[in-house]
Design a protein around this ligand. Structure first.
Ligand code: DGJ
Length: 386
């Protein structure tokens, strides 16, 4: 608890310090959700669908470089900060390849990169959603890259459909014994929905591996890492335990909310409870966020309320979740990170970062035109989490 307070004070001190160090050039001391967010060079930060790694007292923000459209033309960018407001451009962490035969060639789709640090191997491990060039969103693969430095360069390792030839732990024996071939049912019918809930796509993809699109990774207090992604034609989330080196899947996994249509998962922990924020499934258009909690990463996950409160809560303040950053875990204080996509000009997508508080087992956030880290200190002084 005390160390958490120190962390908030350190952040505030870092804001004051960076304001005086950067002077006129970069002296932001507030978040302005939805506005242009200049980096130390004065360019709007280009790190969409991103996530944060806190390592050796620095924050690293990894995200998709977006050009005019949503195809990868540069790769994954990384920015560095001490105070979460002023970010220096550290360049391209994972570069796309100019080799047309590479899986990460220019024109592929690289989304939602997340980086975690493996204490045993001392490697920084990046996971991201990969779609192969020219195939739209049909490939539905997860991909991994590693680096010895947080700013890269990351070396691309491979992509695959996870959990090949392994059944989820929360499948009934009878579900494994049905026909492995796809039954062709008309989408959105009651019969289709029931078949999907019963594992239609898990069986269909058993041999080749499960689909994996919107994703995140989460490292637990015991250093176990989990990969969480939208699978089964985006209808069901899969939570999978990674191997100890974080480079592969352990084959221990569960399905979460079959048929629930959850995308954009962001996982965090408060006390001994795991929380997850997701969105619904409406492409680049915003929708109403959802939240869940569980006593174990493998569930069962209980559905909670929309974490967004107040005006425009029904469209999550025109954003879609990408990450939840812990600020004071003991007190239940976090930052919600969301993307306000701009499909007409993807590089102009905006970032919606807001204070998020867990109150009586429910994450909640409200819109703010401008807010500062002092507010988090105010919240932690005044908020008594359960
Ligand atoms: C919504 C997802 O959350 C985004 O990451 C992206 O995949 C778009 N769908 C594509 O339509």
């Amino acid at each position: 608890m005390f160390t958490n307070y120190i962390k908030v004070f350190q952040l505030i001190a870092a804001v004051i310090l960076s304001a005086s160090v950067y002077g006129q050039k970069n002296d932001h001391s507030s978040f302005f959700p939805g506005k242009l967010w200049p980096d130390n060079d004065g360019n709007h930060i280009n790190a969409h669908g991103g996530g944060i790694l806190y390592h050796n007292e620095n924050y690293y923000w990894y995200g998709e470089h977006k050009g005019a459209n949503s195809l990868a033309e540069v790769g994954v960018r990384v920015y560095k900060s001490k105070d979460l407001i002023n970010w220096s451009n550290e360049g391209v962490a994972l570069e796309v390849s100019t080799d047309p035969n590479s899986e990460i060639t220019i024109g592929s789709v690289i989304e939602r990169p997340k980086v975690i640090f493996n204490k045993k191997t001392k490697l920084f491990v990046m996971w991201f959603h990969l779609e192969l060039k020219g195939q739209g969103y049909a490939a539905a693969r997860t991909a991994v890259a590693t680096s010895q430095s947080p700013t890269g360069p990351f070396k691309y390792i491979q992509s695959f459909r996870p959990n090949q030839k392994s059944w989820p732990q929360n499948f009934e024996l009878s579900q494994t014994q049905e026909n492995l071939e796809e039954q062709h049912l008309e989408w959105w019918t009651e019969e289709w929905h029931q078949a999907l809930v019963d594992g239609l796509y898990v069986r269909r993809d058993f041999k080749k591996g499960q689909m994996s699109r919107d994703m995140t990774v989460f490292v637990d207090d015991d250093d176990t890492a989990y990969h969480i992604s939208s699978s089964e034609e985006n209808q069901t989330l899969h939570i999978s335990k990674l191997t100890d080196d974080y480079l592969g899947f352990s084959k221990e996994w569960v399905r979460v909310k079959p048929g629930g249509q959850n995308e954009a998962p962001a996982v965090f922990k408060h006390k001994e409870t795991y929380y997850m924020i997701t969105s619904g499934l409406t492409g680049w258009k915003p929708n109403k966020a959802r939240s869940f909690k569980a006593k174990s990463m493998f569930g069962p996950w209980e559905k909670l309320a929309n974490p967004a409160k107040g005006k425009n809560a029904d469209v999550t303040f025109f954003s879609q979740s990408t990450y939840v950053l812990p600020i004071n875990r003991a007190e239940g204080i976090y930052i919600y990170m969301g993307d306000r996509w701009n499909p007409k000009k993807h590089s102009d997508g905006r970032y919606i970062w807001l204070p998020l508080v867990v109150k009586q087992g429910q994450p909640a956030m409200e819109w703010q035109d401008e807010w500062s880290l002092d507010q988090l200190k105010y919240i932690s002084d005044n908020h008594k989490a359960d």
